[in-house]
Write a protein that binds this ligand. Structure first.
Ligand code: UD1
Length: 322
């Protein structure tokens, strides 16, 4: 298929773009390069530079590329920032979805794959969470993703579109140095940054009701996430979908286990500081990934050591070249 990926020059988008190329799709990218980087793109990828909020631009891009499908990844994703500046998040993430859908209806593009998040489940969910676990987001970011799913579902119903929303758990790792996660928000890059600069990483709380007292998450290799997109799109080529899938490993890892994995992978015997809980952090969020395996045969392949090791290789290569 001819697939236009919004946010295709971002950390996750660039991995998705590569996976789709690998599966033989013709891939184009829409990106405003606010956080995207041209160096992440596969050479000769058609690029449409602009904002997804500009509906006319998106529609023109879809028509020019003759897209059969859109993978809508372009969005803001920092939970704290969404609490401080919700209007910005609702505009970028919710108006962004509306704009892309309006452009798709105008250009008669009939398939959309949407980047959603485990943040839709909020703090109360008991792990493992399935796709029918109640959704009660605990941040504006989580709400923007839930609203995005709802808008897509309604518009798809009215206009006969095929759609899937993928709820990513904690995405980590990298397939190549130029694809490294340069965001400063997530645990693994934060630990690398601390270890590289000789300061102690911080553990947000060791008094949770978990075996070692630190929070448990489901860390999934970004290559597995990219592969999930390719698998769903391949299904969409022949079937009309209206579906939500969790994209996780089904394995929980505590913050202290991440510290141990980083020690093992880096060979640095660093210490860490245990500080108080971060407000709004759920104790335990692990995916039940069975639905997507049973329905379309995707499951994660990488283990935690692979994931942390790939992240470290990319981190060291990227930081030594800057
Ligand atoms: C949250 C969102 C996720 C989003 C991500 C983006 C939920 C359920 N998940 O993930 O959808 O993509 O933010 O930022 O809302 N931690 C430390 N020390 C640190 C940093 C983090 O101990 O310096 C701990 C946190 O308490 C948490 C774990 O590490 O238990 C992972 O944190 P983080 O990488 O920020 O992701 P989440 O908050 O799980």
């Amino acid at each position: 298929m001819r697939v236009l990926v919004t946010g295709g020059a971002g950390y996750i988008g660039a991995h998705v773009t590569r996976a789709l190329h690998g599966d033989g799709h013709d891939v184009g990218v829409i990106d405003d390069f606010s956080t995207g980087e041209r160096g992440r793109l596969v050479p000769d990828t058609p690029v449409y530079e602009g904002s997804v909020l500009d509906t006319a631009f998106v529609e023109t891009s879809l028509r020019h590329f003759a897209a059969d499908a859109v993978v809508h990844i372009a969005a803001k994703k920092a939970v704290d920032e969404s609490v401080a500046n919700p209007l910005f998040y609702y505009k970028e993430n919710v108006t962004g979805v509306q704009s892309v859908l309006e452009a798709m209806v105008g250009a008669e593009t009939r398939r959309i794959l949407f980047s959603s998040s485990a943040a839709v489940y909020g703090e109360q969910a008991a792990s493992p969470v399935t796709e029918v676990t109640p959704t009660v987001p605990s941040s504006p970011y989580g709400w923007t993703k839930l609203m995005g799913e709802q808008i897509i579902s309604d518009v798809a119903e009215a206009h006969g579109l095929s759609w899937a929303a993928l709820r990513y758990f904690n995405v980590a790792g990298a397939a190549a140095p130029e694809l490294a996660d340069r965001g400063e928000n997530n645990l693994i890059p934060k630990v690398f940054r601390a270890v590289s600069s000789g300061v102690h990483p911080k553990v947000f709380g060791d008094d949770y009701p978990t075996p070692d007292g630190s929070c448990i998450r489901d860390y999934i290799h970004v290559d597995d996430v990219a592969d999930a997109h390719a698998t769903v799109l391949n299904k969409m080529a022949t079937s009309k979908l209206a579906v939500i899938y969790n994209i996780g490993t089904g394995r929980g890892t505590s913050v202290l286990e991440i510290m141990a994995a980083v020690r093992q992978v880096t060979g640095v015997d660093f210490e860490y500081d245990i500080i108080g809980r971060r407000p709004g952090d759920p104790a335990d969020v692990v995916a039940d990934p069975v639905k997507i395996r049973l329905e379309i045969g995707w499951e994660s392949r990488h283990n935690l050591t692979d994931t942390v090791d790939s992240a470290w290789q990319a981190w060291t290569a990227a930081t030594s070249s800057t």
